[in-house]
Design a protein around this ligand. Structure first.
Ligand SMILES: CCCCCCCCCCCCCC(=O)SCCNC(=O)CCNC(=O)[C@H](O)C(C)(C)COP(=O)(O)OP(=O)(O)OC[C@H]1O[C@@H](n2cnc3c(N)ncnc32)[C@H](O)[C@@H]1OP(=O)(O)O
Length: 573
């Protein structure tokens, strides 16, 4: 899921007659929607028997000592947590924050606002093979869903369990047919080789996908983008699932999966990557999402795929990581004009423009467009680079070719840009370069680095103009493997040079903003390259796989965590 928060998207579009008649159909699709009262409990404290003399004062559960200043900063960075604790005794708040894990603070699992749901309120997710929330302000719910206790809470703390599936499943137990939808609606397997059907998905997403809160921006997905995102190597038609109105055949809901092999710590998992879950606005809050999720699960299971990865801006049980969005202005005036970037109180327009000014030419010697001949080298380099992360895709040559090489001849339809740094082999090994020798033999150089970004535009609704956003995609650098105690510093220097070039190239291509998350090694350059923090987080989830929380590149103050970096090496569209 791409950025839908700080760079907000979508809004109500005028309802067509067609849509209004769909609204009239408007049946409750499945089940009821009752919200249980929140189960607010104080977190239990471990009693120390009077004859026990602890050698050191008992540590809070997570070992955090929260000073009053730090408490203020944490609350400032977590508005929902601040709202929940407003008016409470500061000492109590301080103690409470100390007892939360960093993960709980960052994911909002412990917080109020729209995230404030205890495990029992996740009526659907409580029945699914996903890990559950541990301790939170709202109660203590350790444990997992298993085949044996399906939907109930186990006592064994999750942290004491090794990585592994939440539920073991068998092919013979997978239903051969999808569940019936209510009268008036039917399943459809979309054929994305058919331009008309791609355009139907495009229309649904354009009008009904993730929105910003202020109704100022709306994603402008292109058919080329959908083709690229949903037809990666090994894609299956059956994983492109639609729901249509039976009478009009109008597409009103969609969910998709693509196959991916995922490295999760020491395991390689055959997964589906689930994305583009979207329901027509008139059919919201009718429990259709769980029906779609169960159907895509069934279709994945039929292919003996039992795990999935997905991201969302909302908190569900249970994030395996949380990253933050960052934005780098390339054309500040444009972003100001469309209402994306405010003018800081103590600044002027001219100062903002000069703050984000970039040179015209790139600075890295040997930088050039990636070509077909680079696929092998980039695959090897990226594989090695991503091995350094806890969660990353295993990309083969076909994947590299699909995800990184532009195949569209129409420049307007181009989605991805990739660049490599090629250094002459002789230079690379520090041998003296003998001009004659190089010109005679034409030795192919060594690919030492590469980076890529993709295009996803948004419509600024009030101005009826497009905001061209580039999103940082994959990159890698040999500098990560130099044998030196200073390797991190060297990588930081190298990545800053590469990312500065990426910004220069993106600006030259007419992009207005460059977006990135706090994943990969981004914490090494986000601040130096003048990325500003967005107001949204992206939560990563694994279906039917438990693993301890992975660092998302931000600290407990929700700031870039350069010291610890991120364990996330998977970029989701
Ligand atoms: C092995 C293979 C497994 C494959 C499957 C892996 C899992 C894949 C999971 C999907 C990954 C998708 C990745 C992306 O594409 S993330 C992008 C999601 N799309 C949007 O935000 C677009 C705009 N919004 C909508 O279209 C609707 O609001 C959606 C469709 C999001 C919900 O529709 P609606 O608002 O009409 O709600 P409902 O009454 O039908 O259903 C309510 C239930 O749905 C739970 N809910 C709400 N939002 C999400 C969400 N983003 N992921 C998972 N669950 C979500 C919610 O907690 C509640 O369950 P519970 O709280 O009672 O328990």
């Amino acid at each position: 899921m791409s950025d839908h928060t700080a760079e907000p998207v979508a809004d109500e579009v005028p309802q067509s007659e067609d849509e209004q008649s769909d609204a009239a159909a408007d049946p409750t699709l499945v089940g009821e929607k009752k919200k249980k009262k929140k189960n607010k409990k104080n977190k239990g404290k471990k009693a120390v028997a009077s004859d026990e003399i602890p050698s050191a004062p008992p540590e809070p559960a997570t070992g955090h000592k929260i000073s009053p200043g730090m408490m203020q900063q944490i609350l400032k960075a977590n508005p929902s947590l601040a709202a929940e604790t407003q008016g409470a005794d500061p000492k109590v708040v301080q103690e409470m924050l100390g007892s939360l894990t960093v993960e709980e603070m960052l994911t909002g699992m412990a917080s109020g606002g729209k995230n404030k749901k205890d495990m029992a309120s996740y009526k659907f997710w409580a029945t699914q093979p996903v890990t559950r929330f541990g301790m939170s302000l709202l109660g203590n719910f350790p444990g997992l869903v298993t085949a044996a206790n399906h939907g109930r809470i186990e006592d064994e703390p999750e942290s004491e369990r090794p990585d592994g599936p939440v539920r073991e499943q068998k092919l013979e137990d997978v239903p051969k047919q999808g569940a019936d939808l209510v009268d008036g609606f039917e399943w459809d397997t979309m054929d994305l080789d058919d331009e008309k059907q791609i355009n139907e998905v495009y229309d649904l997403l354009t009008n009904h996908y993730v929105e910003d809160n202020d109704a100022m921006f709306r994603f402008n997905y292109s058919a080329a983008f959908i083709n690229w995102a949903l037809k990666s190597p090994g894609w299956l038609k059956s994983w492109h699932v639609g729901v249509r109105v039976s009478a009009s055949k109008k597409l009103v809901a969609f969910i998709s999966g693509i196959p991916v092999t995922l490295k999760v710590r020491n395991n390689d998992l055959k997964c589906s990557e689930i994305n583009f879950l979207c329901i027509h606005k008139k059919l919201r809050a009718k429990r259709l999402a769980p029906v779609l999720i169960k159907e895509i699960t069934r279709r994945c299971n039929l292919e003996e795929v039992w795990n999935a990865i997905y991201t969302a801006g909302v908190v569900l049980p249970k994030p395996i990581s949380t990253c933050r969005y960052y934005h780098r202005s390339l054309d500040w005036l444009k972003l100001y004009d469309v209402g994306f970037s405010p003018l800081p109180v103590k600044s002027t327009k001219a100062r903002q423009v000069s703050r984000y000014a970039l040179p015209v030419n790139t600075g890295t010697p040997g930088l050039r467009h990636m070509e077909g001949k680079d696929v092998d080298a980039v695959q090897v380099l990226l594989r090695k680079y991503l091995d350094r992360f806890d969660l990353a895709p295993r990309l083969n040559k076909a994947d590299i070719e699909h995800w990184l090489l532009n195949k569209d001849n129409n420049p307007e339809d181009r989605v991805v840009w990739s660049y490599v740094v090629e250094v002459s082999t002789l230079d690379y090994f520090n041998l003296p370069v003998i001009n004659n020798f190089v010109s005679i033999t034409k030795v192919d150089g060594k690919i030492t680095d590469f980076f890529s970004f993709y295009k996803l535009e948004s419509t600024a609704l009030k101005k009826n103009t497009l905001v061209r956003a580039a999103y940082l995609f994959y990159y890698a650098s040999e500098t990560a493997f130099i044998e030196s105690p200073d390797v991190k510093r060297a990588l930081k220097t190298r990545l800053n040079a590469l990312m500065n070039d990426a910004l220069i190239l993106a600006k030259g291509l007419g992009f207005h903003v460059f977006n990135a998350l706090s994943l990969l090694d981004n914490s090494l350059f986000l601040v130096d390259q003048k990325f500003g923090a967005g107001d949204g987080s992206l939560h990563y989830y694994l279906f039917n796989w438990r693993t301890p929380f992975i660092k998302g590149g931000i600290d407990e103050r929700n700031d870039v965590d350069e010291k610890n970096g991120s364990g996330i090496g998977m970029v989701m569209l």
